[in-house]
Design a protein around this ligand. Structure first.
Ligand code: ATP
Ligand code: MG
Length: 418
């Protein structure tokens, strides 16, 4: 991509109403744009990152047997009345049509997926069933906070599983938790599996995936010697008390953001929708359900909260909008010609490159933009490098640079990228 063609521009200063690190950097660098509180547009660079995150999630969900679907965001009210959500869920957006019919905007999809799977399964041999989607959700949050960490419209991956036995559910639940850890790990984050409350529809505990950050809205107690972690909301212990699991360390208190969670729904929705199956012995079984959410847009915000410095974002490689930021320093023909050639040669071998071909920008401006946008590897072509048929390679966030011969550049970058 030629940067001169990118319709978004970087901003020297963040708009006054953007208070959080993630939104200041994402808005300044041109990844997102605020329409109104809690509602953001995703711009070309932002869409690239979001798609990378979504594709990591897709791979991991497909690996555990998930089948991707796409459900509507506009739901008839009767489904929500049937489960009680219409009256009990305060963040549900409700819409009245001019025909008099009422609708809800999807804040989650149990009300749609349960009748959907009911109508497509008829025998116990059809089970277990795992479906997921990646879609925008709508929630009438009282306060939209922390940039894209808490929106009124936001991206979510939601998976739903249907099982004919508790054992089958439990074993899948464990698999899903491991897949979640893989996802967050690939996104450059360390997530803690945290015991949390079951939420509005479950008496049981749920597991929240928490990333330590001051930008979060949750408080967690965690152990530094083992993986014990609990949300303060349900904790019976206090900071400084010994870890109940390993007893090796005292519990620490930390601020965290919930990037995902998994819920045991039991038979709540299968019973609400009278969804049962005749089991092997001819008895009626209401499927046990699990739901598994990841806030895709929140995840992008948390990545920025964890990976930045005073100059801008430092994208972890797997979610970076481009792998390489290429730029010529100077306007001499030789420099431009060489950079064009490198751009072609990198594109040809499939390396994703943002090429800063803007003729009207100084070296200082290019560097500042490059630091702000945060592409992991920078390749610079200057008079000095051209003289030795080389280009200079530098990692974002590191000081040292390396001079690499142009004919070895592809190989060097390919090794670096995988
Ligand atoms: P929270 O506790 O943060 O309000 P939740 O417990 O209501 O979230 P779920 O309904 O399970 O969350 O949604 C699944 C995931 O979607 C959450 O783990 C979170 O990452 C994300 N999410 C929830 N609400 C929002 C929001 N308003 N904006 C952005 N992401 C959100
Ligand atoms: Mg929660």
């Amino acid at each position: 991509m030629r940067q001169s063609k990118l319709f978004t521009k970087t901003l020297k200063k963040a708009p006054k109403d953007e208070k959080s690190v993630n939104s200041q950097l994402l808005v300044r660098a041109g990844f997102v744009d605020k329409l109104t509180a809690g509602v953001y547009s995703f711009l070309p660079l932002g869409v690239l990152v979001l798609k990378k995150i979504e594709n990591i999630i897709r791979q991991e969900m497909n690996d555990i047997g998930g089948q991707e679907i796409l459900m509507p965001a506009l739901h008839p009210a009767d489904k929500w009345k049937r489960t009680g959500g219409w009256d009990s869920i305060d963040i549900l957006f409700k819409i009245k049509s001019r025909t008099g019919k009422e609708y809800a905007l999807g804040q989650s999809h149990e009300e749609v997926v349960t009748p959907l799977v009911k109508s497509h399964s008829s025998s116990y041999t059809d089970f277990p069933i795992f479906v997921y989607q990646i879609q925008n959700k709508f929630r009438d949050e009282l306060r939209a906070k922390s940039g894209i960490l808490r929106g009124r419209e936001f991206g979510m991956k939601d998976m739903y599983s249907f099982h004919l036995s508790r054992d089958d559910f439990e074993s899948f639940y464990e698999k899903a938790k491991q897949a979640y850890l893989n996802i967050f790990n690939r996104c450059g984050l360390e997530a803690k599996i945290t015991e949390g409350s079951g939420g509005s529809f479950s008496e049981k505990i749920s597991y929240e995936f928490m990333v330590l950050t001051e930008a979060g809205e949750d408080d967690i107690l965690y152990c530094s010697s083992c993986n014990y972690c609990v949300n303060v909301e349900i904790a019976k212990l206090k900071e400084g008390q010994p870890c109940p699991k390993c007893a090796k360390s005292k519990l620490s208190l930390g601020r965290a953001s919930e990037v995902g969670n998994v819920f045991d729904l039991g038979q709540k929705y299968s019973r609400d929708f009278d969804f049962w199956i005749l089991n092997e012995n001819g008895g009626k079984t209401y499927p046990t359900m699990g739901c598994y959410g990841i806030g895709t847009t929140r995840l992008m915000g948390v990545i920025v909260e964890k990976h930045n410095d005073k100059s801008g974002i430092i994208w972890p490689r797997e979610v970076a909008p481009y792998a390489v930021h290429l730029m010529p320093l100077g306007s001499e023909d030789k420099i431009i010609h060489t950079t064009e050639k490198i751009y072609e040669q990198l594109c040809e071998c499939g390396i994703e490159v943002l090429y800063d071909d803007r003729a009207d920008k100084s070296a200082g401006e290019k560097f500042a933009d490059s630091d702000l946008i945060g592409i992991p590897t920078r390749v610079i072509v200057s008079e000095k490098t051209v003289a030795s048929d080389s280009a200079e390679v530098k990692e974002r966030g590191r000081k040292n640079t390396k001079l690499i011969k142009i004919k070895k550049l592809n190989q060097y970058l390919e090794n670096l990228l995988c």
